[in-house]
Design a protein around this ligand. Structure first.
Ligand code: NZQ
Ligand code: ZN
Length: 403
């Protein structure tokens, strides 16, 4: 199975009492947070660099971010590459790779959300790759890449402070993760004022993605990792608190700041230290994006509640703790609290306007469960989740429950 630096999976026996697991932690990304930080971009890039500025479908041209960047980089040699689509597409990235080589680019600057940043990470690795099939980078650990920085325009993925990327290849309907210690951004600029131009749909996606990132690293089994649990619970509580504010008014700077920092903290490696992690929802969700083009976060909202119902016994202790500490559900047995927590999670997604059934996104869902299970079997992904016990046949059942 492909795992990146950020998706470390640890296995433990189901019946023993667990304590905190061994871990190593290094995150070298410099964060520059706050209003006006884009102006200081020039201080972060080597003076003699030849920069390739990468961006998406054009939102930065209408919300003023493009001008701010051009202004900040006026003394640099800058080549531009726009048009990286949501779910960064391999074929488009290969065009950017040609420019990197032809123009002798020495520094990459991603200006965008997870898709542009992930695409830039792929290019950082591809620029130094000497083989003839860059797609194979998705199966390798990347220890060194071309240096790059980011200006985040959409809080959601945490890609701005981690070393993972997810790349899509529409030709083969594949969406796969890659990563390694060589793919951390050197710096990331987080200016919460960028949030004001984000459409409702993407705000909802960002909250849902970050929320699920925390759940993937928390909803496993107890390991007496008291601090990590409370880090996770505090991110969840903060997202719940700011969600209605940011959905109502994305120019609410206080809400935008907290939203942005929650998304970064949800997946920068901090909360996974010493605890088991799941990530099965993400693995299954990527298949729904690859097959139907459903937004990443929405695929997570489809799978999460069903995966928890299916793995109820294995997860109920943490579900009950989450019910109590995050949702304030104090009464009832462990089972009752755990069931109530799954319901609350689904209602939270609904409150953001996010639907949680596959059939609400496509009519063409028949056979999806079987085909995802087959893909996992073909790739040798025989056991997902914190206990590596979610087999392709279980994936098939979870996806069927999600129709
Ligand atoms: O392309 P443009 O025109 O810029 O519009 C984008 C895009 O259409 C728009 N947008 C971004 N910033 C905006 C804005 N619109 C108005 N104002 C702004 N300030 O938002 C749309 C979606 O952008 P995208 O980058 O695709 O969204 P997101 O950040 O949710 O990234 C999703 C991708 O990241 C991967 C997902 O699988 C997916 O491919 N992930 C990456 C992870 C990582 N590297 O750690 C972890 C995640 O679990 C996830 O898998
Ligand atoms: Zn995600």
């Amino acid at each position: 199975m492909i795992t990146s630096g950020l998706i470390g999976i640890s296995i433990n026996n189901a019946n023993t009492k667990h304590t905190m697991l061994k871990f190593e932690f290094k995150n070298p990304t410099k964060i520059k947070f706050g209003k006006g930080q884009i102006e200081s971009l020039s201080k972060e890039i080597p003076a003699n660099a030849k920069v390739l500025m990468l961006y998406g479908g054009g939102s930065i041209k209408t919300n003023g971010i493009y001008e701010q960047i051009k202004n900040a980089l006026k003394d640099f040699q800058v080549v531009e590459f726009g048009g990286i689509p949501a779910n960064p597409e391999y074929a488009v990235l290969m065009q950017a790779l040609e420019i990197i080589k032809k123009e002798n680019i020495t520094y990459l600057l991603a200006v965008g959300g997870g898709s542009v940043i992930d695409g830039t990470k792929f290019l950082s690795a591809a620029a130094l790759y000497t083989g003839n099939n860059p797609w194979e980078l998705l199966a390798k650990r990347i220890d060194k890449g071309m240096p790059f920085g980011t200006v985040l325009t959409l809080p959601a993925t945490g890609s701005e402070m981690n070393s993972g990327a997810v790349i899509t290849r529409s030709e083969t309907k594949e969406k796969l993760a890659m990563g390694g210690p060589g793919l951390f951004p050197e710096f990331s600029i987080l200016d919460p004022t960028v949030v004001q131009s984000i459409p409702q749909k993407q705000l909802a996606n960002g909250i849902t993605d970050a929320f699920t990132h925390v759940l993937e690293q928390y909803m496993t089994y107890p390991t007496e990792a008291f601090l990590q649990d409370r880090f996770s619970e505090s991110i969840l509580q903060t997202l719940i608190e700011i969600a209605p504010r940011i959905m109502k008014d994305p120019s609410d700077y206080a809400a935008a700041s907290n939203f942005m920092w929650c998304c970064t903290m949800a997946l920068n490696g901090l909360i996974k230290n010493g605890v088991p992690t799941d990530w099965a929802t993400h693995m299954i969700g990527h298949e729904l994006t690859a097959s139907f083009g459903i937004d990443h976060a929405r695929t997570l909202a489809i799978i999460t509640p069903n995966l928890y119902n299916y793995k109820f016994d294995a997860k109920k202790e943490k579900l009950a703790q989450y019910a109590d500490r995050v949702w304030g559900i104090k009464d009832g047995s462990i089972d009752e609290k755990a069931h109530a927590a799954i319901k609350k999670t689904e209602l939270f997604f609904h409150s953001l306007g996010i639907k949680t059934k596959l059939s609400e996104y496509t009519n063409d869902y028949k056979g999806t469960a079987e085909s995802i299970a087959k893909r996992f079997t073909d790739r040798g992904w025989m056991g997902l989740g914190e206990r590596r016990d979610i087999k392709p046949s279980d994936v098939e059942k979870i996806v069927t429950m999600s129709y």
